[in-house]
Design a protein around this ligand. Structure first.
Ligand SMILES: *[C@@H]1O[C@H](CO)[C@@H](O)[C@H](O)[C@H]1NC(C)=O
Ligand SMILES: *[C@@H]1O[C@H](CO)[C@@H](O)[C@H](O)[C@H]1NC(C)=O
Ligand SMILES: *[C@@H]1O[C@H](CO)[C@@H](O)[C@H](O)[C@H]1NC(C)=O
Ligand SMILES: *[C@@H]1O[C@H](CO)[C@@H](O)[C@H](O)[C@H]1NC(C)=O
Ligand SMILES: *[C@@H]1O[C@H](CO)[C@@H](O)[C@H](O)[C@H]1NC(C)=O
Ligand SMILES: *[C@@H]1O[C@H](CO)[C@@H](O)[C@H](O)[C@H]1NC(C)=O
Ligand SMILES: *[C@@H]1O[C@H](CO)[C@@H](O)[C@H](O)[C@H]1NC(C)=O
Ligand SMILES: *[C@@H]1O[C@H](CO)[C@@H](O)[C@H](O)[C@H]1NC(C)=O
Ligand SMILES: *[C@@H]1O[C@H](CO)[C@@H](O)[C@H](O)[C@H]1NC(C)=O
Ligand SMILES: *[C@@H]1O[C@H](CO)[C@@H](O)[C@H](O)[C@H]1NC(C)=O
Length: 524
């Protein structure tokens, strides 16, 4: 892990306001807190998981607060809960997902005092909020008990945060605990291991690089390290950090689960009351993360917010005109439109595993949910995005052998029943989507699902066949035309394989008519 921070002079850039005076700002109808609460108002008890922070449509960076919630009856897969204490502002989130939390990475936490703070223990510095958070499209604001106000916004691969410290503040600190991640419990959790996060069952190690800058020079900056602690709270290890004035620090062998935790602590001089920070995030390298900082060539959160609103208006909300003037209906409609454009994340050009001229999308979370309505909606109102998504799915097949049913952090997994990317491709095919989609390869990718048994990843939750990709019960399916209870989830597999084969048939009719009857019969 390398922590490059540079101190750059403020370059005020006068961006043109992207919202033309005449264009209607439909972002005003979006209520970002819809979906963040459960049945008990003001808490995420029994439901929630929606991410209310700032993002562009299909944004690679989704910036927002993470809160400390360790009662698993409260759902915090988007990082956020309405009522818990804030432990950090982080750059990567999912939204609306079930299962286990993913991401909550690249953190910063503003503090005004180090009294009682153990930088290795977020329970010692987490902050209650003193007033309700404010969320607008492309903007999020939270006010912490220590008096700091944090405002944030997002470009495509970079976020910006403005910290305003109280005038009489005892100190002005920003803590970067590289080992921060969303709290997990159980075997699908993720945990830190020296710059590497591991998810045990949902698989796949991954690394994320970042590059951060502040707009004023810290009076002191130190790196720290400390021993690995328990992945769950509270830690039994009572670890404390060792500080160093060295300019770089590594936790130890990359990937070693018990390697040291590392981070950095910045202190700002007393004449500074606001600090801006920009953070670029890349899955390829720190250099690339630093290049992404160019997406925000100034230090103005409001300009980034306005650009985001302009993009949501022009790329998303302008696609459908409605005549209703009913506030409730407008809020429901535009909030749903907004949520329909957060995932998958467009990571074109930022794929660590292969170089290709094809687009690349990640965070398919998950296609067994989204094939029915979401992708069909994209075909109608976002055909270019849908083309890129289909090309990305096919490219994943080219390099990994199977299209995903679910995928995040560049890792196929998991499968709930069938291989529903087939339905996504068939829908685009029958509706004539072209735009550089190689349908020869598209059909071949679908045939892999239909004909190739994926290797068994022996998921403890279902040992009978792959839960990673493809159709793990293919042998039964081809032999009997249904899936026997010898396989897990045999009923949903039977139902889904049937629709999947019908999808393969739809494409076979055009691409390989000699195969068509096989898959039509499969779907019967
Ligand atoms: C979690 O919170 C719920 C609702 O407040 C409560 O009923 C339950 O006992 C809590 N569970 C634990 C383990 O604290
Ligand atoms: C939040 O932090 C405050 C102040 O440190 C503490 O009193 C409170 O118990 C914390 N709340 C939770 C839910 O942890
Ligand atoms: C807080 O720290 C604990 C222990 O390292 C970790 O499990 C948890 O994910 C962190 N949670 C948040 C929200 O910061
Ligand atoms: C950790 O600290 C707590 C409180 O100071 C103490 O009760 C506990 O025994 C310590 N645990 C270890 C493993 O040192
Ligand atoms: C780092 O440098 C500062 C300022 O010179 C000094 O006060 C501090 O003790 C040093 N820290 C370490 C761990 O050496
Ligand atoms: C704060 O003081 C330092 C040192 O005196 C100076 O270099 C810096 O420009 C000042 N910053 C602000 C924001 O006034
Ligand atoms: C929505 O209405 C505006 C103004 O009348 C018009 O310019 C635009 O083309 C319409 N958009 C759609 C998708 O119909
Ligand atoms: C607005 O729409 C909501 C939801 O459909 C409905 O309950 C409400 O009665 C409507 N309000 C008016 C004034 O028509
Ligand atoms: C996806 O990202 C790439 C690279 O940043 C960009 O060229 C492309 O236009 C984006 N796709 C959409 C639909 O915005
Ligand atoms: C589609 O891909 C195949 C193999 O990858 C290639 O042979 C073929 O030329 C491509 N078709 C088009 C239209 O690009």
């Amino acid at each position: 892990m390398k922590l490059p921070w540079s101190l750059v002079t403020v370059v005020p850039v006068l961006t043109t306001k992207l919202l033309a005076a005449s264009a209607e700002d439909r972002t005003q109808h979006v209520n970002l807190f819809i979906g963040t609460e459960g049945p008990d108002p003001g808490t995420s008890y029994n439901s929630g998981n929606v991410f209310p922070g700032a993002s562009l449509p299909f944004g690679a960076v989704k910036i927002g607060i993470d809160t400390a919630e360790w009662n698993v009856s409260f759902t915090a897969n988007g990082g956020y809960t309405p009522d818990s204490n804030v432990t950090a502002i982080t750059m990567l989130h999912e939204s609306g997902t079930g299962g286990a939390p993913t991401y909550g990475l690249i953190p910063q936490m503003p503090l005004t005092s180090l009294e009682g703070v153990n930088v290795l223990d977020n329970l010692t510095y987490m902050q209650p909020r003193t007033s309700p958070d404010v969320a607008e499209v492309g903007y999020y604001k939270t006010q912490l008990q220590n008096g700091v106000t944090a405002e944030m916004s997002a470009a495509m691969h970079a976020g910006i945060i403005k910290y305003t410290y109280p005038k009489d503040s005892g100190g002005r600190y920003i803590l970067v605990d590289v080992s921060h991640y969303l709290p997990s419990t159980g075997d699908k959790g993720q945990f830190y291991s020296n710059g590497r996060i591991e998810r045990s069952n949902d698989g796949g190690d991954y690394r994320v690089y970042f590059c951060a800058r502040f707009d004023s020079a810290p009076s002191q900056s130190q790196l720290f390290s400390g021993r690995a602690t328990d992945p769950y709270w509270p830690s039994t290890k009572n670890a404390t950090a060792t500080f160093t004035n060295d300019t770089s620090l590594e936790g130890g062998i990359v990937g070693y689960q018990y390697a040291d935790r590392i981070g950095a602590l910045f202190e700002f001089p007393s004449n500074v009351t606001t600090v801006h920070s920009k953070v670029g995030v890349s899955w390829v390298s720190t250099d690339k993360a630093c290049q992404f900082l160019d997406e925000v060539p100034h230090w103005n959160v409001d300009h980034v917010r306005d650009a985001a609103k302009g993009k949501w208006n022009s790329d998303v909300f302008s696609k459908i005109n409605v005549t209703s003037t009913n506030h409730t209906q407008l809020e429901m409609f535009y909030t749903a439109m907004y949520h329909a454009h957060l995932l998958p994340s467009n990571r074109t050009g930022d794929n660590p595993y292969w170089e290709s001229d094809e687009p690349y999308y990640d965070d398919f979370y998950t296609i067994w949910d989204t094939f029915r309505c979401l992708h069909s909606l994209y075909v109608l109102i976002q055909p270019q995005t849908q083309i890129e998504i289909v090309r990305a799915l096919i490219d994943i097949w080219r390099f990994e052998g199977f299209m995903p049913d679910g995928r995040s952090h560049n890792f196929n997994g998991r499968v709930q029943g069938g291989s529903n990317a087939d339905n996504v491709l068939a829908d685009s095919y029958v509706k004539g989507l072209g735009g550089g989609i190689n349908w020869t390869d598209g059909y071949a990718a679908m045939k892999s699902n239909a004909d190739d048994l994926p290797y068994n990843n022996f998921d403890p939750e279902d040992l009978t066949g792959s839960t990673k990709e493809g159709r793990g019960a293919l042998r039964d399916w081809r032999q009997y035309g249904y899936v026997t209870p010898n396989f897990g989830r045999s009923l949903s597999k039977t139902v889904e394989y049937s629709l999947n084969d019908f999808s393969v048939y739809q494409v076979a009719k055009g691409e390989a008519p000699e195969d068509a009857s096989k898959y039509l019969n499969g779907s019967a």
